[in-house]
Design a binder for this molecule. Sequence first.
Ligand SMILES: Nc1nc2c(c(=O)[nH]1)N[C@H]1C(S)=C(S)[C@@H](COP(=O)(O)O)O[C@H]1N2
Ligand SMILES: [Mo]
Length: 317
Amino acid sequence: MHYFRRKGWEIPEREATPEALFLDRRAVLGAGAGSILAGALPAVAAEEPDPSASLYPAKRNEAFKLDRDLTPEKANQQYNNFYEFGSDKRIFNRVDTLKTRPWTLKIDGMVEKPFEIGIDDLLKKVQLEERLYRHRCVEAWSMTIPWTGFPLKQLVDLCKPTSSAKYIQFETFMDPKMGPGQKLSWYPWPYIEGLTMAEATNDLALMVTGAYGKPLAKQFGAPIRLHTPWKYGFKSVKSITKISFVDKQPKNFWQALQSSEYGFWANVNPAVPHPRWTQATEEVLGKSERVPTLLFNGYGEQVASLYKGMENEKIWF
Ligand SMILES: Nc1nc2c(c(=O)[nH]1)N[C@H]1C(S)=C(S)[C@@H](COP(=O)(O)O)O[C@H]1N2
Ligand SMILES: [Mo]
């Protein structure tokens, strides 16, 4: 008999359909306790305005074009993977506990001098731009999104890694009060990801601080997350607090949880199936259609050279 335990990250392809998209969002939001209370009480605990708001929208870099429509903002903001807040896709209801100011990034490991920098000071040292990117989750759904951010290379240059640094390792915050999912001890918290230095300094690797012309919504991984559009979505680590330059290949969150299914490289390849579902096609978020998945998610021209000679190695999961 074919049987397996069902966990959040193990959804089979046919169940990757975004259920949330078929609900009436307005009805769901309108009926929430929040809106009822908001009417009954004087304004309480309004969020501080985001101090970086005036930096948006940033100028669009026209070099990054899409072959398909943008995913509507609302669809994108209500269908997220952010296990710090739960293993379902509707975490947008529960991200209020994420406090994004003050927010400090710690830089350590093989650098000339370790340092810490506040997010708003970092934003003064980089050049923000908007890029339209495709995103392909390993669960076989995809989205397109107008990110605002800056090339990771700009941050690497600020960090001044030494020549012994071979990889860059990213860490998400570790605070179960902010991210109650971190109370679940079978997950290898904190969420960790990594890239080689060549990947990190490729122009496509983007540090993302905004989306849809505004500072990042919390569910997208505010105030700063990574996006590597040629790799499966789990590489794009959210709400980063620490960046370490190291000489050993980092073991990422999903690899630590299930190394037979998730690895370090995770480059998108429609010809290499996940052990439990095909990667040949993807469900387009916000539309009820499946489209063929592309090698390197369509970004081969920019990144294929990084993997010359490695094509037969395990760089596809
Ligand atoms: N810290 C953290 N980063 C994360 C995740 C997560 O659970 N925690 N999920 C990853 C996965 S599997 C995907 S597909 C993307 C989803 O990004 P989005 O919600 O902005 O679409 O975030 C990635 N980054
Ligand atoms: Mo994902």
